[in-house]
Design a protein around this ligand. Structure first.
Ligand code: PRP
Ligand code: ZN
Length: 292
C-alpha cells in the first residue's frame, strides 16, 4: 500500500549506533519498504514519498528543528541536551537509558551532594547544569568529547555524568552510580514547520497512527478460550481488558468460545484465575500475526 500524497517527507535516523537497528525495524514494521546501504546518507522508500536521512544522533534534534528533516527518531536525552524545539509525537519503547552520576569505586562519595566542590566530566553539560542548579549543588562541570568514563582514571575529574543502559561501561571502568538525573528512551519527533504544512502534517499523522498501532499491537495478545456461558461475567471481571469479547456458542450445551485482544502483561498475571473461573483451552497468539 503506497503512503503518498505527493509530498516528500524526510525522516532523520541515527546512522550507526544503538538506535539504528530498532529504528529501521520499526519503520519496516509500519510498512515502509527501503534498502539501506552502509555509509549512504539517504535511502528512498519504494512504496512511499519518504526519504530516510542517516546522520549522527547528536545532529538529529537540530536538523528536525531547522526543518532539514521533517521527522526524526532520537533519544529524548539528545533532544534535551540540544535544547531543540521539536514536537515529541510518541515514545517508542526502546533505547532505554538513564543519565547518571558515577564515581570511582574507591571514592568516598555515596550521594550527589558529596560531589559539592568536585569536578564532574560529561558530554551532557546542559542536562548536568540544569540538574546542579535545580539541586543547588555547586560542582564544576568538565565538558569533554568522547568517553567520559575514563576521565576519573586520568584525574581529569572526580566523577562523571553519563548515560547508562546495560551498566557494562560503568562496571568495566570500576565506576559506581551515586545518583540519577533522568530516564530516557527513543522518541519520534517532528519539525514545527512540517506540522504547520497541511500536506506534510497529514502524512506525518498517517505514519504516527501506524506507529502507534504497531506499538499497541506488540503489547497485546489475542486470546481465545472456552468457558461455560455462566462464567462469562466473572472472566470479564478478572480480565478488564476483555471488554467486548467475541462470544461464539459451542456445540456443547452452555459452552462458549471467547476471543479478545488483551494487554499481554495483565493477561499472564490473571491466567490462573481465569482457569479457576472455568476457562479452558486457552490459546494466546501475537496480535501482529492475527492482523496480517
Ligand atoms: C553511551 C554512554 C556509555 C554507554 C553506556 O554511549 O556514553 O558510554 O553508552 O552503555 P552501557 O551501560 O550499556 O554500557 P553510546 O554508545 O550511546 O555512544 P554515544 O554517546 O557516542 O552516542
Ligand atoms: Zn552520540
Amino acid at each position: 500500500m503506497r503512503i503518498t500524497n505527493g509530498h516528500n517527507l524526510r525522516i532523520a535516523l541515527q546512522n550507526d549506533g544503538r538506535l539504528t537497528g530498532r529504528s529501521l525495524e520499526l519503520l519496516r514494521g509500519i510498512g515502509l519498504e527501503f534498502e539501506e546501504h552502509e555509509r549512504r546518507l539517504f535511502a528512498r522508500c519504494r512504496n512511499a514519498d519518504v526519504e530516510l536521512l542517516f546522520i549522527r544522533d547528536d545532529d538529529i534534534p537540530e536538523y528536525v528543528q531547522d526543518g532539514v528533516a521533517d521527522m526524526g527518531i532520537v533519544g529524548r536525552n539528545v533532544v534535551i541536551e540540544k535544547r531543540a524545539r521539536v514536537d515529541e509525537l510518541e515514545p517508542l519503547g526502546f533505547g532505554f537509558c538513564t543519565l547518571v552520576l558515577a564515581v570511582p569505586r574507591e571514592s568516598a562519595a555515596t550521594a550527589p551532594r558529596d560531589l559539592a566542590g568536585r569536578r564532574i566530566a560529561t558530554t551532557h553539560p546542559v542536562a548536568l547544569r540544569a540538574y546542579l542548579d535545580r539541586e543547588g549543588l555547586d560542582a564544576r562541570i568538565v565538558e569533554i568529547r568522547g568517553a567520559a568514563e575514563v576521565a576519573p582514571a586520568l584525574d581529569v575529574a572526580d566523577a562523571i555524568c553519563d548515560l547508562v543502559s546495560t551498566g557494562t561501561t560503568l562496571r568495566m571502568n570500576d565506576l559506581r552510580r551515586v545518583g540519577d538525573l533522568f530516564e530516557s528512551q527513543a522518541v519520534l519527533v517532528a519539525s514545527g514547520a512540517a506540522m504547520e504544512d497541511e500536506e506534510r502534517a497529514a502524512l506525518i499523522e498517517r505514519l504516527r497512527v501506524r506507529l502507534r498501532g504497531l506499538l499497541t499491537a506488540r503489547r497485546m495478545k489475542y486470546v481465545t478460550l472456552n468457558a461455560p456461558r455462566s462464567a462469562l461475567p466473572r472472566i470479564q471481571e478478572i480480565l478488564p481488558g476483555m471488554k467486548s469479547p467475541t462470544v461464539v456458542p459451542l456445540a456443547e450445551e452452555g459452552m462458549v468460545a471467547l476471543h479478545a485482544a488483551v494487554e499481554e502483561e495483565v493477561f499472564w498475571d490473571v491466567m490462573e484465575r481465569i482457569k479457576d473461573a472455568g476457562g479452558s483451552e486457552i490459546l494466546v497468539l501475537p496480535v501482529e500475526k492475527v492482523m496480517r
